[in-house]
Design a protein. Structure first.
Length: 253
């Protein structure tokens, strides 16, 4: 028993310097890129049909002309109307598509078999499942309430995304903002499932405030444009208006 204990201790002592050296070698540049934002968001249930753009933003500048927009199942991807391209930031890949109404779509952005989304150092991006649902034609003329089953699925997707981002954050592959954004998505989805419109609106205000603070910092650092900063401000104004309306509606009941 003593010999076994001594062997374990000796092994640990021997390996610790190796582990420390390995940890010291890890940098943002050496880590694979990860998806930090998509438009529409993964799990969105109310994407308008018709011609639109799907945008995927990575944590690092990517190799131009290289991507893997893969199917998640047969016919899971919409009709593309143009070739993919990267925006000027080198991080955001754009795909123009045509969405049919009332259909669930999904892409694997890199997968086990396809991994052409790579950073400029050649590191393949961590695979990411982007899934969303377009609204039926009849739903586009006015507001629509999601069924409880749809809301349950939305919460499950948000929880899974939060777990994924949490793991990425723990190894430095996702930012604090990414983590807080994913956490907010879970809270919002849970409030939607409970049917608490006021809480949903309040949480969206919190999220919009966080997004504006981040946009302001990035704008001051020259990382985003004036237009993107103004959009963040407008989103907060809209969120506050919707919260005020939700509070008033609750009082009127």
């Amino acid at each position: 028993m003593k010999m076994t204990t001594m062997f374990v201790i000796a092994t640990a002592v021997t390996l610790c310097p190796l582990a420390a050296a390995f940890a010291q070698d890890q940098t943002i540049e050496s880590m694979p890129p990860v998806v930090v934002k998509t438009v529409p968001e993964s799990g969105a249930m109310d994407v308008l049909p018709g011609e639109t753009e799907i945008k995927v933003t990575f944590s690092k500048e990517m190799a131009d002309g290289s991507w893997s927009w893969s199917t998640a199942w047969k016919d899971s991807t919409p009709e593309s109307t143009d070739k993919p391209r990267y925006e000027a930031d080198g991080k955001t890949c754009v795909m123009k598509v045509k969405l049919e109404p009332g259909k669930t779509y999904a892409y694997w952005l890199n997968s086990q078999n396809f991994h052409n989304f790579r950073d400029q150092q050649g590191h393949p991006a961590v695979p990411y499942l982007l899934v969303f649902h377009s609204t039926p034609s009849s739903a586009n003329s006015g507001p629509r309430g999601d069924s409880r089953e749809v809301l349950r699925v939305k919460l499950q997707i948000a929880e899974q995304e939060f777990k994924t981002v949490g793991k990425q954050y723990s190894v430095g592959a996702a930012t604090q903002e990414d983590y807080e954004r994913a956490k907010s998505a879970v809270s919002i989805a849970a409030a939607e499932l409970k049917g608490d419109a006021t809480e949903v609106a309040r949480l969206k205000v919190q999220l919009a405030e966080t997004e504006l603070r981040l946009a302001e910092k990035k704008f001051e650092a020259g990382l985003v444009t004036q237009l993107e900063f103004e959009r963040a401000k407008a989103s907060l104004t809209l969120a506050r208006t919707e919260y005020a309306e939700a509070v008033q509606a609750a009082k009127d009941k």
